[in-house]
Design a protein around this ligand. Structure first.
Ligand code: BMA
Length: 868
């Protein structure tokens, strides 16, 4: 009888009688942990100091105050025109959220009744029945607080108060005696996503809110706080995984842990007994897998996922269960001395993987409206563009499990920054403790993801040591600031990562040389290459750089017309310098920089629409110079990550996908310049050299065809050869002195180009064009492009052809949704290109809206009529 009553099922079954018996039971029942979601029926209001309280409005949790104001139609669309400036009052206000919490006697009968906030942005006071139960001060941590004594049976009130972020930060900042001497910004004293304060691609929306789920957990004997799948030896022959269950126990006692694991529907299980002590226990259950299915980065193999279920029981009762999953792979950041300095090379399952990708920023200014569809759209676009790595940049927030699950599934390796973006960070002891808790929480939460291949301390904070006020600090303050930096990023964080995730490499900052001295003869670490764009150097400058790993470089462009239309009125679209266009350009002088390069390389586009289009071509061609150079110089360089993949609002930026996930020219170019087998014709030392770069793990037998032709299609030189393409290497396979074919009859550099094609078994795998002048000097002809749009099942095919060279032919269907297998394509004279299109529109609608623009069109018919 006692057994029955003291089990959870018994309590439920016997109702009130049982509840009264529990109190006299004399010992605690071993019920299973239960989680009650508290995400519904919230309200919010502005706290008006001194004034009457404002009205309560319904709120959505998880969310933030901006989204709640928007949903209640209390503010206009923050992204429209210049609304951003008009909404700055929100961050200056204090906000309050409330809900009720129903607690039954059964709930209160448990030993532990914990209120769990998975994320509060940021400083907040939490009250239960008007009793302060929590002061939260870090948006990147979970807060778990026992509220058993604050709760009563029945309806309880729950309130969360968010003082204006600047106020909360000022209170903490005032306690740091070094702050003003070092010049540390007040805002960083409370951990919060840095990009909320505005960035050179993002608006300023400093928000507040319960931005991750809330729940009430009840448990008794023990609960499983974390399951760590520690990969300690993985090869194709076997995988040794230590399943480490972190069990929080109430008392001394015996427990049993059962792990069932496998892939697909196949499962094996092992059980282990453990002696628990009150508090945190780590129980390790070793698991060996013979001939495991290994996880590979995209392009190198499959991404199988193993599932592990852990069940904890005390006595006969299950007390908690947890699920975890991972992909099995070995990982090494290979850093060896070599002829150029020290390598920076990721090795996965022993393969030196050349990292191809882009930097990722938050998907929205308001994270809680990012949907599964949005995540897929952006991350699948990365995979489809032949990327295998993203760098998850440190000025945003640690992403959702869904984001990391998708990267695991798609084979996208992640360079994971900790969330410190550029700003100098405090050196106080409290701040270090705060960061340690955050790192522990985030690494515990994310370490099973095979996609994460590196933890990196921060974005550009090391570099920021010499920026602004810190460049002129007095020697003692200078030393103090540097000590603060080192203790945080190479002390506290490095040590914590070494403790909770020792199998994964840690890197102190991006960019960093890990405090080694670099020189032209000793290159080491990763690099952010900004002489192009910020330094306004020509794109060719990229080719003079030989960094071991380039984790940022890039160039801006405008999004397409449809995206521009989403935030503008027709008068805003008069030119790129209207107030609204400038409000959606966050880099100082950004639009002027684009125009500068435009004139340098292309000339003046004929109108606004042409400017948008040409800016995308300019960006794509510029980044292509860098990307191909970096791939050509492998293994000296082993990673090219361009800035940036995505946007958090509609804006002119370095992104290759706009806010709506629409592909800019650069995304299509990336698909080509990141092809696993790349043919890269390159002008060097008076020759046209042709390189073939291979990411294949074995030799590939291929056919190379190189033609030199003029814009009308006359071939003046042709070469064909068989090539044995070396695995995981870059090789120069052909070199033609320019003097042999240029500046001769029919080969004016302004009307001549080279087309290189690489085929494997008769199938074209890479095609690339090279020109002998800048576009502004080339004499493009106005192409009459032939189109043939047909339907095949639920897909469409568009065949394009032109009798003369047509560069960067951009296909669009106005306001109709469509995705394209390729776009911004070059039409070699007389050689059709077929693009596959999917669209919910009908063939008739598509035909009606089809529009084309090529480079010659963007610069006016005059360019065609009178060659320039
Ligand atoms: C780097 C990044 C970002 C920035 C980008 C473009 O500094 O780390 O901070 O947006 O360059 O300026």
């Amino acid at each position: 009888m006692t057994d029955l009553i003291c089990s959870r099922r018994g309590v439920r079954g016997l109702g009130l009688l049982a509840l009264s018996l529990i109190a006299t039971c004399g010992f605690i029942h071993a019920a299973e942990r239960h989680s009650q979601q508290l995400n519904t029926q919230w309200e919010f209001r502005q706290i008006v100091a001194g004034g009457p309280p404002s009205e309560w409005h319904p709120a959505t949790i998880p969310g933030d105050v901006h989204l709640d104001l928007l949903a209640n139609k209390l503010i206009p669309d923050p992204f429209y025109r210049d609304n951003e400036a008009k909404l700055q009052w929100i961050e200056k206000a204090d906000w309050e959220y409330r809900s009720t919490l129903e607690a039954s006697n059964e709930t209160l009968s448990h030993q532990h009744v914990e209120l769990v906030f998975e994320g509060l942005d940021s400083a907040a006071d939490v009250y239960v029945n008007d009793k302060l139960v929590l002061h939260a001060d870090n948006a990147f941590r979970e807060f778990r607080v026992d509220v058993k004594s604050a709760l009563k049976a029945g309806t309880n009130s729950l309130r969360v108060v968010f003082p204006a972020p600047a106020k909360s930060a000022a209170v903490v900042a005032a306690k740091d005696p070094w702050r003003t001497r070092i010049g540390t910004d007040e805002k960083v004293y409370v951990r919060k996503p840095a990009y909320e304060y505005g960035w050179d691609w993002g608006p300023r929306f400093v928000t507040s809110g319960i931005w991750r789920p809330v729940h009430l957990d009840t448990w008794d004997e023990a609960r499983i706080a974390n399951v760590w799948l520690r990969q300690q030896g993985v090869s194709s022959a076997s995988a040794h995984v230590n399943v480490v269950a972190e069990v929080i126990a109430s008392h001394d006692g015996k427990a049993k842990l059962t792990v069932s694991f496998g892939i697909g529907t196949e499962r094996k299980s092992v059980t282990q007994e453990a002696i628990l002590r009150p508090g945190t226990n780590e129980v390790t259950i070793p698991v060996d897998l013979e001939h495991p299915h290994l996880w590979y980065p995209a392009g190198y193999g499959a991404q199988p996922i193993y599932h592990f279920g852990v069940q904890a029981s005390v006595g006969k009762e299950g007390v908690d269960k947890a699920e975890a999953k991972t992909g099995l792979r070995s990982l090494e950041l290979h850093r060896e001395l070599d002829q150029w300095g020290r390598s920076f090379e990721f090795r996965v399952n022993g393969i030196p993987v050349y990292a191809k990708g882009a930097d990722v920023i938050p998907f929205d200014s308001f994270p809680n409206r990012v949907t599964t569809k949005d995540y897929r759209k952006v991350l699948e676009a990365a995979r489809d563009a032949n990327m295998n790595m993203i760098r998850h940049w440190g000025g945003g927030y640690y992403e959702t499990q869904e984001f990391y699950d998708l990267c695991d599934e798609l084979g996208l390796m992640i360079w994971q920054d900790f969330m410190f973006g550029n700003d100098w960070q405090p050196g106080t002891y409290d701040f270090k403790l705060q960061v340690e808790k955050e790192v522990r929480y985030q690494v515990d939460r994310l370490r099973n993801h095979p996609s994460i291949v590196l933890w990196s301390g921060n974005n550009e904070t090391e570099a920021a040591f010499n920026w602004g006020q810190r460049s002129t600090l007095a020697p003692d303050v200078h030393l103090r600031a540097w000590q603060d930096y080192l203790t945080l990023f190479s002390g506290v964080i490095a040590r914590t990562v070494a403790e909770v995730d020792p199998e994964r490499p840690y890197w102190p900052s991006s960019p960093s040389a890990d405090y080694e001295e670099t020189s032209p003869t000793y290159e080491t670490g990763d690099y952010h290459e900004w002489t192009v764009w910020h330094g306004r150097a020509d794109f060719e400058e990229y080719e003079t750089r030989f960094n071991r790993f380039t984790s940022e470089y890039g160039f801006q462009s405008f999004p397409e017309m449809r995206t521009i239309e989403s935030f503008t009125t027709p008068e805003d679209r008069a030119n790129i310098f209207t107030p609204v266009m400038l409000a959606h350009q966050k880099n100082n002088a950004g639009n002027s920089i684009i125009r500068d390069y435009m004139l340098r390389y292309y000339g003046e586009p004929k109108d606004f629409a042409s400017f948008l289009y040409a800016s995308q071509v300019l960006q794509a061609e510029g980044v292509k110079v860098g990307a191909e150079h970096l791939r050509r110089i492998r293994p000296r360089n082993m990673g090219g990550i361009y800035w940036q993949l995505n946007d958090c609002w509609p804006v002119a930026s370095w992104a290759s996908l706009d806010y709506y996930g629409r592909w800019k020219a650069l995304q299509y170019y990336a698909k080509r310049f990141y092809a696993p087998l790349l043919v890269s014709p390159h002008l060097e030392d008076g020759t046209l050299a042709v390189y073939v770069v291979s990411d294949k793990i074995s030799t590939t037998h291929a056919q190379l065809r190189l033609r030199i032709m003029n814009f009308q299609g006359q071939v003046v030189r042709e070469k064909q050869q068989e090539v044995e393409v070396a695995a995981l290497a870059s090789s120069k396979v052909l070199s033609l002195p320019l003097s042999e074919f240029l500046n001769q009859k029919d080969t004016d550099p302004a009307t001549t180009f080279a087309v290189a094609e690489l085929s494997v078994d008769g199938k074209l795998v890479s095609k690339n064009l090279a020109f002998f002048t800048k576009p502004v000097q080339s004499q493009l002809l106005h192409p009459e492009i032939g189109t043939e749009l047909t339907q095949e099942g639920n897909r469409y095919k568009l065949k394009l052809s032109s009798p003369v060279l047509a560069r960067d032919v951009y296909v669009s269907f106005g306001d109709l949704d469509a995705t394209y297998s390729d776009n911004y394509v070059n039409l070699v004279p007389g050689e059709p290109v077929t693009i596959e299109i999917s669209s919910p529109a009908t063939l008739g609608q598509l035909k009606e809206k089809l529009s084309l623009m090529s480079l010659a069109d963007a610069f006016g018919p005059s360019k065609a009529a009178t060659p320039q």
